[in-house]
Design a protein around this ligand. Structure first.
Ligand SMILES: *Cc1c(COP(=O)(O)O)cnc(C)c1O
Length: 383
């Protein structure tokens, strides 16, 4: 397993073979689901297997973690029961009052949680991380953690990972990138200088809308990482073994899915530009998107499967369009095989930076012209 982790095998190969591990007793090609909550001790009281108790680790979970480490170029990965559990564990592992710099536009659930970080003794400044000077200006003597998401929900703005890593490291701080939307198929933040990368594995990594999971991967196992590991074990927020097994299975097709979803998203974005009902198409693959040049440098194999549209006739037209689709599914979440459409502002509620006339589109694996026809019909019906 180890010899596969370091050499330059592509993300596609690593994911397809899930590290090529088979089950050594039966020689099964596919690993089993380990259900045991506890492990037998050796007669000398030791644990030669390395496993003690299921709240701390489980072989099925470790296998999925090893696949993600290989894909991200990470030293180690931990899986959690959700993306939010993964993210909040990082903040709760800060050991002294810390100032955090976070992107203004990030996953809504995390932004709301971070607003109350004061109760844990920390403070947060939200900045437009597309503006490198604004990030520099926000640094304080106790800034210890930078948090960015690129492309970011739901405007798909792009942040320069290398530039933020330089600022973070000059401040002796940690940079964590939420790479849920990019996936390692499009961007690998750790080789670009990030210290931690997180995923809502609920989304593209699993890819089938049937698991809630989150991951944190690290470039190195230092003191901060040890606190993250301990907190997961103390709180028991570890992912379940069945979910981990499904996740490993889902990741086998990650590369194919993300490339296909990116191609279809680019096709839809281009075709929706200039549609009379559409005021603006937000997609980093479009030439006039403000992050396009940076995205072309930072992303490989495509610009992602997520796009948003803003409607000429405002909020009511957006809601009416979402009501009129037949093929697209009206649901929150993203990154699955089925295309989803969502009026984002109404789920985010009061104080959201999301425009009220915006529809968020998560492009699945359906035929691109079927998707286009359904959306255009709905746009027409809503005018
Ligand atoms: C969904 C999401 C999360 C939260 O993940 P859960 O698995 O729903 O807890 C975090 N970041 C991004 C970018 C997401 O899309």
């Amino acid at each position: 397993m180890d010899d596969q982790r370091k050499p330059a095998l592509s993300v596609r190969t690593l994911a397809a073979q899930a590290l090529g591990v088979h089950e050594p007793t039966s020689m099964g090609l596919v690993p089993p689901i380990h259900m045991s909550a506890t492990y037998i001790r050796d007669s000398d009281n030791g644990y030669r297997s390395g496993h003690v108790y299921g709240r701390t680790d489980n072989p099925s979970v470790q296998h999925a973690e090893d696949v993600i480490s290989a894909l991200e170029g990470a030293d180690e990965t931990l899986l959690f029961g959700s993306g939010m559990a993964a993210a909040t564990t990082i903040f709760l592992s800060l050991d002294k009052p810390t100032h955090i710099i976070a992107s203004k536009v990030i996953y809504w659930g995390l932004r709301s949680w971070l607003k109350d970080i004061g109760r844990y003794g920390h403070s947060v400044t939200f900045v437009d991380t597309c503006d490198i000077q604004a990030i520099r200006n926000a640094v304080r003597s106790n800034t210890g953690l930078f948090w960015i998401e690129t492309p970011s929900n739901p405007l798909w703005s792009i942040t320069d990972i290398e530039a933020v890593a330089d600022i973070a490291h000059a401040a002796e701080a940690v940079l964590c990138v939420d790479s849920t939307v990019s996936t390692p198929v499009l961007t690998r933040p750790l080789p670009l200088g990030a210290d931690l990368v997180i995923h809502s594995a609920t989304k593209y990594l699993n890819g089938h809308s049937d698991v809630i999971a989150g991951s944190v991967s690290t470039i190195e196992r230092g003191k901060f990482w040890a606190r993250i590991c301990k907190l997961r074990s103390d709180q028991g927020t570890t992912l379940g073994s069945f979910e981990a097994w499904l996740l490993t299975r889902g990741m086998r097709t990650l590369d194919l899915r993300v490339r296909a979803q990116s191609r279809t998203a680019a096709y839809l974005a281009e075709r929706l530009v200039g549609h009379p009902a559409v005021a603006e198409v937000l997609y980093p693959g479009l030439q006039d998107h403000p992050g396009h040049q940076l995205a072309s440098r930072q992303m490989t194999n495509g610009y992602g499967g997520m796009l948003s549209i803003r409607l000429q006739r405002g909020e009511q037209a957006a809601i009416a369009t979402a009501a009129a689709v037949r093929l697209w599914k009206r649901a929150t979440s993203l990154g699955g095989v089925e295309s989803l459409i969502e009026h984002r502002a109404s789920i985010e509620g009061e104080g959201t930076p999301c425009p009220i006339d915006l529809l968020r589109l998560s492009v699945g694996l359906e035929d691109r012209d079927d998707l286009h026809r359904d959306l255009v019909t709905a746009l027409g019906a809503a005018r």
